[in-house]
Design a protein around this ligand. Structure first.
Ligand code: GTP
Ligand code: SPV
Ligand code: MN
Length: 605
């Protein structure tokens, strides 16, 4: 710690405590400047392989490929923090459990100490953004360096030396943890009122990169509520430049996991609109929102420093910027995609229309040669949740001021889920309570028969269901208070890129780059340049108002995505009532919004 210049006495205490508990052999404090050496070490140790020049490949344990919601817990010392989704447990139960699991579990390993900041330096919310992750896995360190601002300078000079998040990651013996069985030993716990994160039993993604989901979302949300100052949301954040008028807008918004945030944030404007509009990337997974003191406006910033993006279906057409961000020389890391060690190539489903023709040398995500597969083996080569990790500076449309301390003023907040019917392309909502109500009733299709009945959504309030840190009613209150305090109210909207044809299942809307079109309409609506068509569930665009130049869509499909299916909506209102009824202390404004929408639906002809 001396050698690395880690001077904060509280951080040193924390490191010592957990070095003793986990029994690690040695301690290594990490700065971002250690990246090249750590990469080399990881390659030498076989933890990473080279995927051509300046690109890396890693494989996670085959039962450790995604977040586990059942094993994720928010613990505090106050039962009032129990919500429907946060798997609340008392901290006096969970802390000893995790300490027992971690005791001696890093024996023989190096314990890396990763000081980080989940904010641009100097940001108004930086006091809640400092943390120290200790981890026994080198590839986790390499991911953290890409995903967060890392270095001792972020914790040495804290105003209150004890005000940092203590994040402990112990991988455990992955082959003997009973993942997904009744004897599952994994636990991913945020002790929110102690600002302590204890994760045991995984080295993948949000389970292991503790700055990201555990601090950036769960702890951040709890801190935002406890301080009454901010919101921490699973939102993307983009800027849209109108080069004709010189105006600049910012939109943030939440879609559940694997529902299009990264793709929207990396969007290249459709060719027909590219001369006039440019989309810039601020964030693709997390935004913290607060009211800026001087202007009184709602501001947003991305606490992350990198992208941990879904590989599937990323290609030159759907997302050219994503491909460029993982090109040679970017030092990106691919995880669980298909890999060819002979050529250094990587591949995933949807990367190209056909699989690589010459199968020789290709290994699937488990490391098995695909050439050995039986002809009828249809298992994907890449894991469906395989991902790429790249730092923000590699993203071609990164906003010029992404690292600036100020953050950006928010013009619009959008919600969207994967819904195959009912939800139109876009419906705008101008009332705050109705917007929050809409976010709270956000849902996505049930993904398997077990998860729900036809037509009933898996509700995912504000796309935060897996990250909810405290009670949902209190969350709604806090959301209304934070956004309600802003001088200029953002416009809300619900979007859906995923409506499908009932017969052949094709997507009615081409999606991806064309998603800019409904967003432009939303901004025009906010500016009073278009009127739209009023419905019980919001304002929807008329066909004439949407700029559809160059869009490949059948007239009947367009009709469908711009209309409201009243019967389906009336059915949905019943489900919503049940959904909202589960939550304690749901503010009356939200119930009023619900009743207003229901009554309007019933009175509409
Ligand atoms: P997390 O990182 O898990 O939070 O996901 P995300 O919300 O960032 O989702 P992402 O952008 O990575 O997209 C997930 C999947 O949806 C990918 O396979 C995309 O190709 C696909 N997808 C994204 N946008 C669209 C769209 O507009 N239309 C269609 N049909 N698919 C899309
Ligand atoms: C998500 O699952 O929403 C992610 C990936 O963004 S992870 O970091 O693994 O949670
Ligand atoms: Mn996410």
């Amino acid at each position: 710690m001396d050698e690395a210049g880690l001077t904060n006495p509280k951080v040193r205490e924390f490191v010592k405590e957990y070095a003793e508990l986990t029994g690690a052999d040695r301690i290594e404090v990490v700065n971002a400047s250690d990246d090249a050496r750590l990469l080399e070490e990881a390659v030498a140790a076989g933890e990473l392989e080279k995927a051509g020049e300046g690109r890396y490949y890693s494989r996670s344990y085959h039962k450790d490929t995604a977040r586990s919601e059942e094993r994720t817990i928010v613990a505090t010392s106050d039962e009032k923090d129990r919500g429907v989704y946060n798997n609340w447990r008392h901290s006096s139960e969970m802390k000893p459990k995790l300490h027992d699991l971690m005791r001696g579990a890093s024996a023989g390993k190096t314990m890396y100490v990763v000081p980080y900041l989940m904010a641009p330096a100097g940001n108004a919310l930086a006091p809640w953004a400092a943390g120290v992750e200790i981890t026994d896995t080198r590839t986790v360190v390499l991911h953290m360096i890409r995903m967060a601002r890392v270095g001792v300078q972020f914790v040495n000079d804290l105003e209150d030396p004890g005000h940092f998040v203590k994040a402990v990651h112990v991988t455990g013996d992955l082959e003997n943890l009973g993942q997904g069985t009744d004897g599952d030993k994994r636990y991913f716990v945020t002790v929110a009122d102690e600002r302590t994160i204890l994760h045991f039993g995984s080295s993948y993604g949000g389970n292991a990169l503790l700055g990201k989901i555990a601090h950036g979302l769960r702890q951040g949300a709890y801190d935002g509520w406890a301080s009454k100052k901010f919101l921490a949301e699973q939102y993307m954040l983009i800027g849209i430049d109108d080069k004709e008028t010189g105006r600049r807008y910012h939109i943030c918004g939440g879609f559940p996991s694997a529902s299009g945030k990264t793709n929207l944030a990396m969007m290249a404007a459709p060719d027909a609109l590219g001369d006039r509009y440019h989309v810039s990337f601020y964030g693709d997974d997390i935004a913290w929102l607060w009211v800026e003191e001087e202007s009184g406006k709602l501001y947003g910033m991305n606490p992350e420093y990198g992208v941990f993006g879904v590989a599937k279906d990323t290609n030159e057409n759907t997302n050219p910027n994503a491909l460029a961000s993982v090109g040679h020389g970017t030092d990106c890391i691919f995880t669980n995609v298909a890999y060819n060690p002979t050529t250094g190539e990587v591949w995933w489903e949807g990367r190209t229309k056909e699989k690589p023709r010459d199968r020789h040398g290709w290994l699937d995500w488990t490391g098995s040669p695909v050439a050995d597969r039986k002809d009828d083996d249809t298992a994907p080569w890449a894991h469906p949740n395989s991902r790429f990790t790249t730092t923000l500076a590699n993203v071609p449309n990164i906003a010029q001021d992404y690292d600036a301390p100020m953050g950006v003023p928010i013009d619009a907040i959008i919600f969207g889920g994967r819904t195959r019917d009912r939800e139109p392309l876009i419906r705008a909502i101008t009332d705050l309570a109705e917007g929050v109500y809409d976010g709270l009733t956000l849902g996505a299709e049930a993904t398997s028969a077990a998860e729900g009945k036809e037509g009933i959504l898996r509700y995912d309030p504000m796309s935060n269901r897996p990250f909810m840190a405290y009670g949902e009613g209190d969350y709604a209150r806090h959301y209304l208070d934070v956004v309600g305090a802003a001088t200029d109210q953002p416009i809300f909207a619900h979007v859906n890129w995923f409506q499908r044809d009932a017969e052949d299942g094709h997507f009615l809307w081409p999606g991806y780059r064309d998603n800019l079109r409904p967003l432009l309409w939303l901004l025009q609506l906010k500016n009073g340049e278009v009127k739209g068509r009023r419905t019980a569930v919001g304002i929807i665009p008329t066909e004439e108002e949407l700029d559809l130049e160059g869009v490949d869509i059948a007239p009947e499909d367009l009709d469908r995505i711009l209309s409201i299916d009243k019967a389906r909506w009336q059915q949905e209102m019943g489900f919503r009532e049940e959904h909202l009824g589960q939550f304690d202390r749901m503010p009356e404004e939200i119930w009023e919004a619900h009743r207003r929408v229901a009554a309007e639906l019933d009175s509409e002809v």
